[in-house]
Design a protein around this ligand. Structure first.
Ligand SMILES: CCC(=O)SCCNC(=O)CCNC(=O)[C@H](O)C(C)(C)COP(=O)(O)OP(=O)(O)OC[C@H]1O[C@@H](n2cnc3c(N)ncnc32)[C@H](O)[C@@H]1OP(=O)(O)O
Ligand SMILES: O=CC(=O)O
Ligand SMILES: [Mg+2]
Length: 365
């Protein structure tokens, strides 16, 4: 593809002395990417006690941080990273991510140069907002390599793109394949709605006007018999499905993004679950009350793990077809079950409560 590196150069470091790019993106649990504003003293004070209780802590520098607080947020993040034990750095229970300012903003260059120099060894992933195409990833890729080399880092910092422009959606495959640093994509429903000129005013979630109405049921005299019910549809289905395919094709991870109605945990849970079922591995949490919802939704249920283990056991060498509870299982349903079993194993490795629940599962033949 035009502008892409040739296969032989794809995994070469982009600066002398920069760490070797990874061949495979590590599958680290990231059910909740928890956003905090490092310039907000109350939020910042809560961060140390959140380590170990949430998969990812993300110091947000972009939207939702007031322009006057941009520098305080950047320096606040450096301070928090330095002062908080076991935060980020490729191992440990909680990763450290940041969302930098947009690439055309007056703040982004200082965001990257400061953060990589000061806390690059702790920073696991840099989330880049409003990514339009591969050129944005190429810019960040080269700059990160130069900064990593200067800082003497031995582990590459990964890059995550937010899909929040129409052009970004159109260019989704080239964005995912633009660099071995690409870790994943998040849906940015608020900016995406604005960029598409959708007629919504919400941050993610559904809309009562986006419905399908059932057909009229008529009597023999052509009179409608009852009220026609409507069914609310998911505004984000198309975009999330595209993200899931593009990410799976490139071996990287898709995430739902923000759900802004903090006071509606039920709808939040539904939106997160739709994304989980379609293939997303996690979501953003904007308020502490959303963390448990994300953790619950993006961890396979005990019933699903029990069923998946039963199918794996019944399928023996993994070929052929068997009947379980009146349903046919074969190589393809086995592969789905293995996704569930592997995710459960991975999560049990970092979540003692889940480990206990999964370990207690008894599988009958
Ligand atoms: C729209 C597209 C996007 O870009 S979404 C991503 C950008 N937005 C964000 O990052 C928003 C992050 N969240 C927030 O700013 C706050 O949670 C908002 C939504 C403003 C609500 O804050 P507030 O009114 O203080 O809520 P509250 O009174 O219920 O808070 C209770 C205590 O919890 C704290 N808290 C709040 N949010 C967080 C958070 N994200 N991380 C850590 N702590 C948080 C509050 O400071 C408050 O603390 P305390 O009990 O007063 O000490
Ligand atoms: O940044 C997120 C969005 O929804 O916009
Ligand atoms: Mg946005």
């Amino acid at each position: 593809m035009t502008g892409q590196r040739s296969p032989k150069d794809f995994f070469r470091p982009l600066a002398v002395g920069a760490p070797e790019p990874l061949r495979e993106v590590p599958a680290r649990p990231s059910r909740a990417i928890h956003f905090f504003d490092p310039s907000n003293a109350k939020m910042a004070a809560k961060v140390p006690q959140m380590v170990g209780t949430v998969d990812v802590l993300l110091g947000n520098l972009e939207d939702a941080v007031k322009a006057d607080n941009k520098e305080a947020a950047r320096h606040g993040l450096v301070q928090i990273a330095r002062d908080t034990a076991n935060l980020g750095g490729g191992s440990g229970p909680t990763q450290l991510w940041t969302r930098i300012n947009a690439l055309d903003s007056p703040w982004v260059l200082d965001d990257l140069t400061t953060l990589v120099a000061e806390i690059g060894d702790q920073l696991d992933v840099v989330m880049v907002p409003k990514v339009q195409g591969a050129e944005d990833i190429h810019y960040v890729d080269r700059l990160l390599a130069q900064l990593e080399a200067r800082a003497g880092l031995t582990r590459p910092i990964l890059v995550h793109a937010i899909l929040e422009t129409a052009r970004g959606v159109v260019n989704i495959e080239e964005i995912c394949g633009a660099s071995p640093r690409m870790q994943g994509l998040s849906l940015g429903p608020a900016d995406l709605a604005a960029d598409r000129r959708m007629k919504t005013t919400r941050v993610g979630g559904g809309h009562p006007g986006y419905v399908v109405r059932e057909d009229p049921v008529l009597t023999s005299d052509n009179v409608e018999t009852s009220q026609r019910r409507t069914y609310q549809q998911d505004l984000w289905h198309y975009t999330i499905a595209r993200m899931v395919d593009a990410c799976a094709m490139h071996g990287i991870y898709p995430y739902y993004g923000p759900f802004g109605d903090i006071s509606d945990p039920v709808a939040c849970e539904d939106q997160f679950r739709n994304a989980f079922l379609l293939g997303c591995v996690g979501t953003w949490t904007l308020h502490p009350s959303q963390i448990d919802i994300a953790r619950r939704v993006f961890s396979p249920s005990v019933d699903d793990v029990r069923h998946a283990r039963r199918v794996v056991a019944a399928m023996g060498d993994g070929t052929g077809a068997v009947m379980l509870d009146g349903k046919m299982e074969d190589d393809a349903s086995l592969k789905q079950c293995l996704v569930m079993v592997e995710l459960a194993e991975q999560l049990a490795g970092i979540d003692p409560e889940l480990k206990e629940q999964y370990d207690a599962i008894e599988v009958d033949a």
